[in-house]
Design a binder for this molecule. Sequence first.
Ligand SMILES: *Cc1c(COP(=O)(O)O)cnc(C)c1O
Length: 388
Amino acid sequence: MLAGDHAPFFPVPKAEKGSGTSLASRPTLTVDLSAVGANTRHLSRITQGEVMAVVKADAFGHGAAQVARTALAHGATRLGVTSLAEALALRAERVYAPVLSWLNPVDADWARAVRVGVELAVPSLEHLAAIATLAPGATVHLHLDCGMARDGAEPALWPALCAAARRAEQLGLVRVAGLMGHLSCADVPGDASSTIGRATFDWGVRVARDAGLDPAHRHLAATAATLNDPLSHHTTVRVGAGLFGIDPSGAGRMRPTLTLTAPLIGLRRVGAGTAVGYGQTWTAPTTTQLGLIGVGYADGLPRSASNRAQVLVRGVRRPLVGKISMDMAVIDLGEEGARMGDVVTVFGPGAAGEPTVAEWASWAGTIEHEIMTGLGPRLARARSGGRS
Ligand SMILES: *Cc1c(COP(=O)(O)O)cnc(C)c1O
């Protein structure tokens, strides 16, 4: 402990107001909720039917409850999530809009789902039997596989699933409110698999109707098909990516939503030949200044973007050099005289020249979705432009 009469013998920089706790002094992810709102409005405008806002994976890392509220305030009428746990988390945050949960094991807590009014996707006879037995009164959406061999009932099993659902409905055990499918290649406009997927879904609707079902909500399109393929819209579109500024076909029609900033927490001047980081994968070609930020792959910066990625420092793009570590990354600052505490923009909307999430995705050989959903819990979260 420093007593008052012991002046420190090293120079202590004058603390700026609030610098110990301000968001600018920590790696911070800022979510622009007004962009989420604008994206929701755009997607609502281009479809005749309802918009189901998909807020799975904590709304692609944006915060499920706040995105749900924002989307509902800007034209979405329903919510979609994968597991029941995600749906229950929304209810715990007092989000009471209709919500569909579509990815659950056969022994999920169906009774609890029904108690809190969560609608359930049914991909198999086993799921239907469990729900009808354990959660009578459930509202369900039958899920047909439309060409992914992933989730959803195989077409060969669909007539039997529809018939069983109709029997359960007549017994008052379930109410079939919806039918759903999903397209595999909707990000490629005009892809033949979308024609086949649409035809499969149309067939699935006919089979359901022939079985005596009359589901009000029929949904096939996610973001890509919503943007590119009006024939796939049916009564409802299920959009996730687009809310978060991702245009899967790369046409850039949605507004970016995320900004990641981090202060410079280390600076050093190094000579030519200085090697940086694990494996010494980069060596300074000349005398230069290196800067350190406290963000690494544990925070979601993909290690595979090492020696490719850039960040914005004082309005200029600078390369990250050496391997991105778990907790930190090194910037080659050149000779421009950056200062300790300068706020580095790792990515953002791109308006000031900073890299975008899309560029980070291409540096890492992945898609924007993976960058967004990989952003770690250590990042401070802030939001701009919207309601909580
Ligand atoms: C994630 C998901 C969506 C939303 O897809 P986006 O491309 O993010 O709009 C829709 N439906 C299902 C079944 C999903 O898993």
